[in-house]
Design a protein around this ligand. Structure first.
Ligand code: NAD
Length: 483
């Protein structure tokens, strides 16, 4: 049954083209395992064509545009994304396995990124610097040139929006390498952007495997900046490849983010955040809160309240729009089940699980959300990113103990703190090792306006917010001697 399988090529210099060696990769729907599309298996030659296309855009129509004109193009694309919301929602749900509500929220976020960066495009400016008599010194921000963007499969549209939006606003021309597991909405986006007048070469997309197209992009000698979002292991390889060309890199990597709940917290408000930040997108969120640390006095109460919510979670096909969809692939399912098998082997206690609905197709990649309790801090379910709907919950005895546990992994992406004690809020906010701290709230990746990124193994550099614009530009200092 291949008659409804749609084929997508690479998007280079505003043209759709097959990979240079004509190979394709099948795309599966994780809700039922069916192949429903195929994408080009891009090669190093395709990456080279895309980089050339981007380079020539910088001296063509795109490079001639003023910042205001670039902003207007981004705003037009933003509006067109929203006009295509139904198409993009259904495609993302099918490609990633996202429940429809989540997929729709991702389309809205993509549009919002473009709106935000469209509005910001002509508001980045340099300074004049007091210097010696007879001099005027000023700084200007200039685009890096050709930027490479390597995107993971968990939030294709959101991560494209935040990285590409900022890069284009600053006047760069981009080559995007989306993830082989899920990239169809990024390809539809290219069509929309072209229809709305994005000049040729400003955006080029090469699909394919990481070790082929991804490695070729990160090591390409004519790339001027790489923005990578994905796993730590791959991020380290990308940075090493870029280092050979002395190219700057932004790394948005994984996390093992904690929420810390003190005995005075407002649990009515906290508990929905504790659970949702763990199971949103089936736990496949870099900023997922996979660790819950609770002050001992209320530990049993929080375990009970979270367990009640877990038992109400229903898992099923993306189109059914339940609380949790399938994970992205059978491969990802096997990784998560490996963690759960280790938990069982090591005698960990399951506090509660959600339920896979009876009519979920047998070939779908379904995993029951699982809350593990009293887990030793050294266990791999506490230390390693599972990237699935699994949370661990443990008690702590003091503020110092909470900080020690929260900081006790290799990661440092996000942290949530629940307390009404103002002094403690600020002490914790300063003491935890994370790029974002949420006090009495928790945004699993949310907040277009908020600078985002990690410390430690979670990466370096910031995307999102106004801050990202500076990452996609290089500052030039101009010193004028006029006597
Ligand atoms: P991954 O590292 O396997 O793949 C990410 C991207 O890198 C894909 O496009 C892939 O094709 C490409 N790639 C793979 N090997 C490559 C190579 N050798 N050279 C260049 N590119 C290569 O990650 P994944 O499994 O797709 O995504 C999940 C990971 O991403 C998790 O660790 C998650 O925490 C992280 N993530 C981080 C953020 C963030 O903003 N910090 C956001 C989303 C996901």
């Amino acid at each position: 049954m291949r008659h409804d399988v749609k084929t997508y090529g690479n998007f280079i210099a505003s043209k759709w083209q097959d990979a240079t060696d004509g190979e394709f990769i099948d795309v599966r729907d994780p809700s039922n395992g069916a192949i429903f599309a195929r994408i080009a298996r891009g090669t190093a030659d395709d990456i080279d064509l895309a980089v050339r296309s981007a380079r020539s855009a910088l001296s063509g129509e795109w490079g001639q545009m003023t910042a205001t004109e670039r902003g207007r193009v981004l705003n037009r694309i933003s509006a067109a994304v929203l006009r295509n919301i139904d198409l993009l929602t259904e495609l993302e749900a099918r490609d990633v396995g996202k429940p429809l509500t989540q997929a729709r929220a991702d389309v809205v976020a993509l549009a919002r990124y473009l709106e935000f960066y469209g509005g910001a495009a002509d508001k980045v400016h340099g300074d004049t610097i007091p210097y010696q008599n007879g001099f005027t010194v000023l700084t200007v921000y200039e685009p890096h040139g050709v930027t490479g963007h390597i995107i993971p499969w968990n939030y294709p549209m959101q991560i494209l929006g935040r990285s590409l939006g900022a890069a284009l606003a600053m006047g760069n021309a981009a080559v995007v390498k989306p993830a082989e597991e899920a990239c169809l909405t990024i390809l539809e986006f290219a069509r929309i952007a072209q229809e709305e007048g994005l000049p040729s070469g400003a955006l080029n997309i090469v699909t394919g495997y990481g070790a082929e197209a991804g490695a070729a992009l990160s090591g390409h000698p004519d790339i001027n900046h790489i923005s990578f979002t994905g796993s730590v292991r791959t991020g380290e390889m990308v940075q090493a490849a870029a280092a050979k060309n002395a190219v700057p890199v932004t790394l948005e990597l994984g996390g093992k983010s904690a929420q810390i709940v003190f005995a005075d917290a407002d649990l009515d408000r906290a508990v929905p955040f504790l659970v949702n930040a763990g199971i949103q997108n089936a736990g496949q969120t870099c900023s997922a809160s996979s660790r819950i640390l609770v002050e001992r006095a209320i530990y049993e109460k929080v375990v009970a309240l979270m367990s009640e919510r877990y038992r109400a979670l229903k898992v099923g096909p993306a189109g059914n729009d339940l609380s949790v969809g399938p994970v992205v692939s059978q491969r990802q399912k096997a990784i998560i089940e490996g963690f759960l098998a280790d938990a069982e082997k090591d005698g960990l206690k399951v506090a509660a699980q959600g339920e896979i609905v009876a009519d979920a197709p047998a070939d779908g990649a379904y995993v029951a959300p699982t809350l593990l309790r009293d887990v030793p801090h050294e266990h791999r379910t506490v230390q390693e990113e599972i990237f699935g709907p699994v949370q661990v919950i443990m008690p702590f005895d003091s503020e110092a103990d909470a900080i020690r546990l929260a900081n006790g992994t290799a990661y440092g992406l996000v942290c949530g703190v629940w307390t009404n004690d103002g002094g403690r809020q600020m002490r914790l906010a300063r003491a935890v090792e994370a790029g974002q701290v949420f006090i009495n709230n928790y945004g699993a990746g949310g907040g277009v306006e908020l600078p985002f990124g990690g410390v430690k193994k979670s990466g370096h550099g910031r995307e999102k917010g106004f801050e990202a614009l500076y990452g996609f530009a290089s500052m030039k200092t101009i010193s004028v001697y006029h006597g």
